[in-house]
Write a protein that binds this ligand. Structure first.
Ligand code: SAH
Ligand code: SF4
Ligand code: F3S
Length: 448
């Protein structure tokens, strides 16, 4: 369909990327930003000022989908005023709903899937020269191995590095395997080279990204081998990773975390539910008891480890007894923090073929109960940090007060203390003096 015929030929100068969803989407947005900057476009923060707008979408829950759709709908008004604006829809919604989005969103000039975003540059050229709308949704399983030269990073101290694409797990509630395709791991060499370049540019921390990093495998190397290789990168101080599926959390990984100096003592282990019946129906392949044993092992072998999780309540047919098992797990697991979601049926998943039987009100009530207890536990754990000293990597100047900075412990706890921008990117020792469920307050100690 041709765009407005009177569109002026003024070259595009600015771009804006709006990102929803997980860290993998954050990293994809950095890659797309890099591609656009490589073509001479300058970043602006508001869609209103941008010649090219990219909305990088998420469909993991209905709420995420609605937020992204709302944002794209609002772009119609901007585009009316400036018909030469290029509206791009990228990410998981683009991959899943491509055709439908082309129909539903006439303001979208380009719809680009999760494995086609690397072609964004040539696709934008095509849109501009032909004035045709483009749907670029390739096979979700095709391998994509990108260079990272032009990536435009959002932060200066810590960087994201995608180590694998896709997921092979098909948990019954989850749409991600449909939007990201089957698992493909990036070669160790490519990842280590990327991290070396990051360290050379002054980054102190890298977060390795995959939907299930424990199943990383290439050229005979597993995730523990990859961690060992990244640990050798000079200049880098900290390594984190996300996400670990409890069913694949091997002794080799736990040993690697315990022994590799740069790998931080922090692990996100999404449990999803505490009822064995529900876990079976979710296709998670572990029981509550096995999960608790895993926590015990991790805590025994990795001193001071912090553990976080994701929980879904209100899964189809979740009884009071099932929910009680989840609540009991909150009690027993004593996570440092937990994300608690209400189940959201996703068309195309196994669970969406079952009746979404738990009323919204009851889902909300169950979220509140778990969240309330978890907040108390997070508060208790953080209160036990008072009087302790931590190594903190300073990430940013506090948003609220310029005389304060924000950094993180190796356990990923957020610490606020007095300081200025000269501390950015440095490791300092901080003694904790006050605590809240999500933040610690402290003061910097003189370096020994
Ligand atoms: N790969 C990660 C999770 C990716 S999605 C893992 O396996 O843990 C992030 C979180 O979103 C999941 O851990 C889950 O708690 C939540 N989630 C996924 N699908 C959902 C759905 N249909 N309804 C509610 N929450 C969901
Ligand atoms: Fe989704 Fe399960 Fe894969 Fe995580 S492991 S992305 S929850 S299918
Ligand atoms: Fe959302 Fe896609 Fe990530 S659905 S959570 S952006 S993998």
């Amino acid at each position: 369909m041709p765009m407005s015929p009177q569109a002026p030929a003024k070259p595009h100068e600015t771009y804006c990327v709006v990102t929803y969803g997980c860290q993998m989407n954050d990293n994809d947005s950095e890659i797309m930003s890099g591609i656009m900057e490589g073509r001479g476009l300058r970043r602006v923060e508001s869609e209103a000022d941008a010649d090219v707008v990219v909305v990088n979408t998420c469909v993991v829950r209905e709420g995420a989908e609605e937020r992204a759709l709302g944002r794209i709908s609002n772009l119609a008004a901007f585009k009316k005023k400036r018909p030469d604006m290029v509206v791009t829809v990228a990410g998981c919604m683009a991959q899943k709903e491509g055709e439908r989005l082309m129909e539903k969103l006439p303001q979208a000039d380009l719809v680009v899937g999760t494995r086609d975003l690397f072609r964004l540059g040539s696709l934008l050229d095509q849109v501009t020269t032909t004035k045709e709308r483009i749907l670029a949704i390739g096979d979700v399983d095709k391998p994509v191995f990108l260079g990272d030269e032009g990536v435009r990073r959002r932060h200066n101290v810590k960087a994201l590095a995608t180590i694998m694409y896709g997921c092979n797990n098909f948990c019954s509630f989850c749409i991600v395997p449909k939007t990201r395709g089957r698992e493909v791991s990036r070669p160790v060499r490519d990842i280590v080279d990327e991290v070396k370049r990051l360290a050379d540019q002054g980054f102190k921390e890298v977060m390795l990204l995959g939907q299930n990093v424990n199943s990383y495998r290439t050229d005979g190397a597993d995730f523990a081998d990859l961690l060992a290789a990244v640990n050798e990168v000079a200049g880098l101080e900290r390594i984190r990773f996300i996400t670990s599926h409890p069913k694949d959390c091997s002794d080799r990984l736990i040993d690697a975390m315990a022994s590799l100096s740069k790998v931080c003592e922090n692990i996100h282990l999404p449990v999803q539910a505490g009822s064995n019946r529900v876990l079976r129906r979710m296709k998670r392949f572990y029981t509550k008891e096995q999960y608790l044993e895993l926590l015990e092992k991790v805590r025994e072998r990795i001193p001071n480890v912090t553990i976080t999780t994701d929980i879904i309540v209100g899964f189809p047919d979740e009884t009071d007894e099932d929910f009680h098992d989840t609540y009991d797990l909150v009690e027993k697991a004593r996570w440092d923090s937990a994300f608690i979601f209400g189940y959201s049926p996703r068309e195309g998943t196994k669970a969406a073929t079952w009746l979404d039987s738990i009323p919204e009100e009851l889902k909300k009530h169950r979220i509140q109960r778990c969240l309330g207890r978890q907040e108390q536990i997070s508060g208790e754990i953080n209160a036990s940090c008072i009087g302790q000293q931590f190594e903190v990597l300073v990430e940013s100047v506090s948003k609220r007060r310029e005389s304060e900075v924000m950094g993180r412990t190796r356990g990923d706890k957020c610490v606020i203390f007095k300081g200025d921008s000269s501390l950015l990117g440095t490791l300092v020792r901080v003694e904790v003096t006050e605590s809240y469920p999500h933040t610690l307050i402290g003061h910097q100690l003189p370096t020994a």
